[in-house]
Design a protein around this ligand. Structure first.
Ligand code: SF4
Ligand code: SF4
Ligand code: SF4
Length: 257
């Protein structure tokens, strides 16, 4: 298998709006929700689609090349993998939700109503990828609007499409440079100032800015998050230890999305 960093390309001009991608993601994660109604991300919706100016706009984690969510996480629960996906380890998460504050695309969601809440977001189907399979959304797309490949191949393909049909596209590959580059890339027919489909985010990786951003959040809010997060983490660890003691099983960290 090619081990270069991988990604996804969403070409809005090819998309039929059929929502097979949303449905496939729901099925892949055994969620129970209606793809037609999935217009916003949620703890049980890792991708969503909504119409803006009669165009289908997909939303999902961008899997940033230098992710601010991972950089700001105090316990390393979010990590950028060599394969490209930014993955989450629930066993490390202390629930502080700094990742939610820091993400420039407003992606991570929190299981507010769960007894042991986790951060939830797309993991680019890394489990499938490790088996040599396509991400479920790319496999399900009948229109070649969501495609998977190495990031380098996708950028080249995106520029090829623009060069071949300049009248159909804005001459811009969203994600090639924004916030230092993302592994999920987008082509659009025109300026789309929604969901991060705009160049105003700048090309600088945000981790360097992250702590500057957090400096502007009132200290009591961050302290409150940290205290609540630490409390949740302690309760969870106690539950885990209790469960392992009951099982007599050794403890092993597991990745969860
Ligand atoms: S889009 Fe947000 S959640 Fe996804 S990798 Fe980038 S910073 Fe992290
Ligand atoms: S890559 Fe996988 S987890 Fe991410 S949106 Fe597509 S199907 Fe869902
Ligand atoms: S499956 Fe493909 S064509 Fe259908 S909505 Fe998703 S991206 Fe568009």
């Amino acid at each position: 298998m090619n081990t270069e960093p991988r990604g996804l390309l969403f070409d809005m001009t090819r998309c039929w709006g059929c929502r097979n991608c949303v449905e496939a993601c729901i099925a892949e994660h055994d969620f129970e929700r209606d793809a037609e109604q999935t217009t916003e991300l949620a703890a049980d919706a890792f991708t969503a689609m909504k119409e803006v100016d009669d165009l289908p706009v997909r939303n999902l984690c961008r899997h940033c090349v230098t992710p601010s969510c991972a950089s700001v996480c105090p316990v390393g629960a979010l990590q950028k993998t060599e394969l490209g996906p930014v993955v989450y380890d629930a066993s490390k998460c202390m629930g502080c939700r700094y990742c939610m504050v820091s993400c420039p695309f407003d992606i991570p969601r929190y299981e507010w109503h769960a007894t042991v809440p986790k951060i939830r977001k797309c993991d680019m189907c890394i489990g499938r990828m490790e088996k040599g399979e396509l991400p479920a959304c790319a496999e399900a797309c009948p229109a070649d609007a969501t495609t998977a490949g190495t990031r380098a191949e996708l950028i080249a393909e995106a520029h090829r499409r623009i060069a071949e049909s300049p009248g159909d596209y804005l001459d811009h590959v969203y994600g090639e440079h924004e916030v230092g580059g993302t592994s999920v890339l987008f082509l659009a027919p025109k300026e789309m100032p929604v969901l991060g489909y705009e160049a105003s985010l700048g090309d600088q990786p945000l981790p360097r800015l992250t702590w500057q951003v957090l400096e502007h959040i009132p200290p009591f809010a961050l302290t409150g998050c940290a205290v609540l997060g630490a409390f949740a983490w302690i309760v969870r660890r106690r539950d885990q230890l209790g469960q392992h003691a009951d099982d007599g099983a050794p403890q092993s960290p597991s990745r969860s999305t």
